[in-house]
Design a protein around this ligand. Structure first.
Ligand code: ATP
Length: 294
């Protein structure tokens, strides 16, 4: 049976990964938030942000999680690393079930699975020198000397294209693009194998988005990183993702390889998302190598 006439139901589901051992595996994940409280502070209405979701990412793979605002994408990203607590479901990081882990064990897992957020101005401590922000996850893990940390963060700054003198700056002294590079260096400091990227370029100027995306792709190739890449930008997803999971109202409605999804969307909602890409949008844009920042 050819790719073209394979029925939509036969496509891989979001929970199936190519290869034996997923880097990140989520099954039956659910999370609701309080939406309304009465005068006594009791919750009288909840919103089901995530409703029984399966998704898995193989080592070295990028799985994009796409969907309209409010679909539950960021909630999944935070749940994946247990930055917030799921109501139910199973989450496994690098083969380890993290649902029952205590604080200490979770800390160790968060060295191997990290996250970058949309807005580096918010994700980095505004009062801390960049040196501290990059080194802080290493410090929190413990077990490294000051010299080892210095060596690691200098090498990381170099790798993300920032000169060493930026280590002695504060966030307000840097541009959004430079700060997102700092956030990437920080996320890499503990040598992770899984990274949740929550709209990592959405807050950046168009002109520097491709540089940051290129950097993420290079880092993935070098380190075999697994990316759960949250985005609402279908044209970006087209160039970065191996597979795409389309999320709507807390559920995945379709998951397929990027090519399959763009060429033969099976779900009406996916077709709507794709039709919203402007015709002239640079979905065929080619990303160029990242120039070094002096
Ligand atoms: P966006 O692309 O706009 O960031 P999203 O797809 O990432 O949206 P979420 O931010 O995960 O969606 O939100 C999913 C739903 O959960 C939304 O209805 C949102 O209002 C609600 N929600 C998210 N965080 C909270 C919270 N802390 N308290 C209450 N409701 C929340």
């Amino acid at each position: 049976m050819t790719e073209e006439n394979r029925p939509a139901e036969a496509r891989n589901t979001a929970g199936d990964v190519p290869g034996p051992q997923p880097a990140l595996e989520i099954q039956g994940l659910a999370k609701s938030y309080p939406a309304e409280r009465n005068a006594l502070g009791r919750v009288v209405r909840t919103v089901d942000a995530v409703r029984g979701l399966d998704i898995a990412v193989a080592p070295g793979e990028t799985v994009a999680l796409v969907g309209e605002s409010g679909a539950g994408k960021s909630t999944v990203g935070r749940l994946a690393l247990r930055l917030i607590q799921p109501d139910s479901g199973r989450i496994s990081v690098l083969g380890q079930d993290i649902m029952g882990l205590g604080r200490k064990e979770l800390k160790a897992i968060r060295a191997r699975a990290t996250m970058i957020f949309q807005d580096p101005y918010k994700s980095l401590d505004p009062k801390a020198l960049i040196r501290y922000s990059v080194a802080e996850p290493l410090l929190a893990q413990g077990g490294t000397s000051r010299d080892e940390r210095e060596e690691t963060i200098s090498a990381l700054m170099d790798r993300v294209g920032l000169a060493p003198h930026y280590l002695d700056r504060y966030p307000y002294e840097m541009s959004g693009g430079q700060l997102q590079r700092v956030a990437i260096a920080r996320a890499l400091s503990t040598g992770p194998e899984v990274m949740v990227c929550d709209e990592p370029v959405a807050a950046l100027d168009m002109s520097i988005r491709s540089h940051v995306i290129n950097l993420l792709r290079e880092l993935q190739r070098e380190r075999g990183l697994a990316y759960l890449f949250i985005s609402h930008d279908m044209s970006l997803v087209r160039v970065i993702a191996d597979r795409v999971a389309v999320m709507r109202q807390g559920r995945i409605v379709e998951c397929a390889t990027t090519r399959e999804l763009f060429e033969r969307p099976a779900h009406e909602y996916t077709r709507e998302l794709l039709s919203a890409i402007p015709a002239s949008h640079p979905s065929r844009r080619t990303f160029r190598p990242v120039p070094r920042t002096p």
